[in-house]
Design a protein around this ligand. Structure first.
Ligand code: 5GP
Length: 372
């Protein structure tokens, strides 16, 4: 019998517990929030509101256009209060989609005019996690007493009780490809400092045609030495010298992998490097022309470790439930396949064993409801 009784597939995909491993904070902001922030800055004369509305609401953008848009988002969102607000909202939105584990990534930013340092930016993010009040958030801060975060609440497990849903939240610090070696190194050191505040690893992202792999290598090597897991945006453009170097580096995960050649895939498969797949993002940003020949089909078929992710749910108007539905309708996955796929992502997360066990239990409990 088909699992899930007579429930419609989109509804079932929403009910399915999900693990999100590739979500950028500033790419996941609600349109309504961006418009509200733009209105304020428009009234203050900082931006032209009409121009910005047009850009925010436009559908389908090439990859270079996406990066221009991120610069605009950062103008709208980068003060401490707003960073806290968007973090809170993004977590609530993922929880509403029944995401039970969210590995949220963001680029620590410094902005002298706002009195912002990379550390104070991260404090604002952490404050956002603590501010969530519509769902129960499990967020690690054990042994946090010696950290320079006096304005946040160092408790053992922040758990905003009395909620219907529970979401585990962990953070990845992103290095933007525009950064220097020294700045990347600073981010790695910050990640280590914030290990007890839910930071579980690092990401390399930003415009793939900007910057050189060699610039980030010292910082990434250092991260490896101190035991911080790494995920790399890899193969978003056909830069095969870089793709080879990234695979040779042997990161814990890679994201996108749109332009890998046969021999590069062979290496990724031999090394069993898990791949974060973002279907809607790849199509909307015009990295790939159609889903019918998306590399997900091939790696899924051979049982290679893979996780469906949103990338930028706000920018691309998607949700993780929608990404599962899309995979099911495009690649013929049934409900059992989706359940197994969603559950398998637990092992590719950078969470500790205890959290992974808790997540496994959540899937175990959900199985009964999903397959009645
Ligand atoms: P933030 O780190 O500011 O919270 O999230 C937005 C940033 O994430 C962007 O400025 C960009 O550096 C990175 N980002 C978001 N989506 C993508 C993507 O699809 N590819 C790459 N390479 N970077 C991305």
């Amino acid at each position: 019998m088909d699992a899930g009784g007579d429930m419609e597939l989109p509804e079932w995909c929403k009910l399915l517990p999900k693990i999100e491993l590739h979500a950028h904070l500033n790419g996941s902001v609600r349109d309504s929030t961006l418009l509200e922030l733009a209105k304020v800055l428009g009234d203050e004369g900082v931006i032209n509101f009409e121009d910005v509305v047009h850009v925010i609401m436009k559908n389908g953008r090439s990859l270079p256009e996406c990066f221009k848009l991120f610069d605009l988002f950062h103008i709208l969102t980068t003060d401490h209060q707003t960073v806290t607000r968007i973090t809170k909202e993004v977590i609530e939105d993922f929880a509403a989609e029944n995401v039970v584990y969210l590995e949220l990534r963001t680029t620590p930013k410094q902005n002298e005019s706002k009195g912002m340092t990379k550390l104070s930016y991260m404090k604002a993010v952490i404050n956002g996690i603590q501010a969530v009040d519509t769902v129960d958030v499990a967020f690690v801060t054990s042994g946090a007493n010696n950290l320079p975060l006096s304005e946040t609440t160092p408790v053992n497990c922040i758990s905003n009780c009395n909620k219907r849903k529970k979401i585990y939240v962990r953070l990845l610090l992103s290095i933007d490809r525009r950064e220097t070696t020294a700045s990347a190194m600073e981010t790695v050191k910050l990640a280590r400092e914030l290990k007890d505040f839910g930071v579980v690893g690092l990401d390399l992202s930003g415009n793939p045609i900007v910057g050189e792999w060699e610039t980030f290598l010292p910082a990434l090597k250092h991260a490896k030495e101190i035991g911080l897991p790494i995920t790399l945006h890899c193969g978003e453009v056909p830069n095969h010298k870089e793709i080879k170097a990234m695979i040779d580096f042997c990161p814990q995960r890679i994201g996108h992998a749109c332009f890998l050649k046969e021999e590069e895939w062979t290496r990724v498969k031999v090394l069993r490097i898990p791949v974060e797949i973002c279907l809607t993002s790849n199509i909307q940003s015009e990295r790939l022309s159609s889903l019918s020949n998306h590399h997900f089909a091939d790696i899924y078929k051979v049982n290679h470790p893979v996780a469906l992710c949103t990338d930028d749910s706000g920018l691309f108007s998607t949700s993780l439930s929608n990404e599962y539905h899309l995979a099911a309708s495009t690649f013929g996955l049934n409900k059992r396949d989706m359940f197994i796929l969603a559950r398998s992502a637990i092992q590719f997360s950078f969470a500790d064993l205890e959290v992974k066990e808790e997540l496994s239990k959540i899937f175990c409990e959900a199985e009964g409801t999903l397959f009645m």
